[in-house]
Design a protein around this ligand. Structure first.
Ligand SMILES: C[S@@+](CC[C@H](N)C(=O)[O-])C[C@H]1O[C@@H](n2cnc3c(N)ncnc32)[C@H](O)[C@@H]1O
Length: 346
């Protein structure tokens, strides 16, 4: 085991840091290992190989789409100070797309120990909610940069796995998942396909699962990731410029899902998606907003707009609501007060 060199900082500097509210601490072996792993990242080419051509193609095609959903507040490609391009809140390192990123934040804390404790609480909270016993069947292999944590009696867990287990249990309680064989799901803003992967593994009899998104990198990752998981035959990933034709062919969906996506879309984009759900007569819509109690869009100038009246006006009635973490103490300690909402149109 390597030994860290002692911290040599002038006493005055240490005092000045403390005075401004900073503290210095020595990294644990796990933290150093995690940082070294991150510094030793592979190239885009070695992760995706020739599939990268598909990303270029999708970027070109999406740039030509003239729909309200193609206008972004936070998910438009932007130049970083380093001259690279980035997307989403906090950015996405495509090579480690399942790591802490704009797709799934990792609830990370300043130290590995604090994060580890948070994840212990998280895992225990999910275990208590997991009526379906999915923690015993779904697994986490840490692929593509996903941070994992392991405790007595569990295999490795991650936020990808734990969030998905909570969401599938919620859906099962209110619309049925495991007993049904007629579920036809439309996941809007599907990201890299996190929930598609988990739902299809939890329920092999799902009739169809369609992932849509308005960001070329997300569609690219979703296609790539679900193929890596061997699910390409069971899932349909529809690119943005094929959506109108796809929807005009009147596909039959009975459940739409939107997890942490409408909160990062403009009002016009949310309205466009909701109107499609009305046209397609989708019965159930699950939304997990970023705000615990409000349905707020994110405009191009970063103002927020309430889309709850729009849901009501379009006939979406709230039929179920549940916090991700039931215990208010756990909510406070993890710093997450997210709620899951289910709407129904009759
Ligand atoms: C925080 S991520 C959530 C991803 C996924 N739902 C999950 O929970 O793992 C937000 C997602 O919204 C997508 N998104 C951004 N703007 C969108 C838009 N106008 N229409 C649909 N999806 C959009 C992004 O590409 C990204 O996949």
């Amino acid at each position: 085991m390597s030994v860290n060199p002692p911290i040599r900082l002038k006493r005055g500097l240490q005092r000045a840091l403390r005075h401004r509210g900073y503290a210095l601490y020595r990294l644990t072996a796990e933290e150093r290992a995690a940082i070294e792993r991150r510094d030793d990242r592979e190239s885009l080419d070695s992760v995706f190989g020739p599939s990268l051509d598909r990303l270029q193609e999708l970027r070109r095609r999406y740039s030509e789409v003239d729909l309200p959903v193609a206008i972004h507040s936070v998910w438009g490609a932007r130049k970083t100070r380093r001259g690279t391009t980035d997307i989403g809140w906090g950015g996405v390192d495509l090579r480690n797309f399942r790591g802490h990123s704009a797709y799934v934040w990792d609830y990370g804390s300043a130290s590995f120990e604090a994060t580890n404790l948070k994840f212990y609480l998280f895992t225990e909270a999910v275990r208590r909610k997991d009526r379906l016993g999915l923690l015993g069947t779904l697994t986490e292999d840490g692929a593509f940069g996903c941070s994992t944590y392991e405790y007595e009696g569990t295999g490795p867990v991650s936020r990808d796995l734990l969030d998905s287990v909570v969401e599938i249990n919620f859906l099962d309680k209110h619309v049925g998942v495991v007993q049904r064989d007629d579920l036809r799901v439309l996941d809007i803003g599907a990201g890299y396909g996190r929930l598609a992967h988990r739902m299809l593994e939890a329920q092999p009899r799902i009739q169809s699962f369609t992932c849509v998104d308005a960001v070329p990198e997300s569609t690219f990752l979703c296609e790539f990731y679900l193929a890596e998981r061997g699910l390409e035959e069971r899932v349909s990933v529809v690119p943005l410029d094929e959506l109108t034709t796809t929807f005009e062919s009147n596909p039959d969906y009975n459940l739409a899902i939107n997890v942490h996506s409408f909160s990062e879309c403009t009002y016009a984009a949310v309205e466009w998606w909701l109107q499609r759900l009305v046209d397609l007569e989708v019965r159930h819509l699950m939304i997990v907003p970023n705000n615990p109690a409000a349905f707020l869009s994110l405009e191009v100038d970063h103002r927020r707009r309430d889309y709850a009246p729009l849901l009501d006006q379009l006939g979406f009635k709230l039929v179920a609501q549940e916090p991700v973490f039931d215990d208010p103490q756990v909510q406070a300690l993890i710093g997450v007060r997210d709620n899951m909402f289910l709407f129904e149109r009759c």
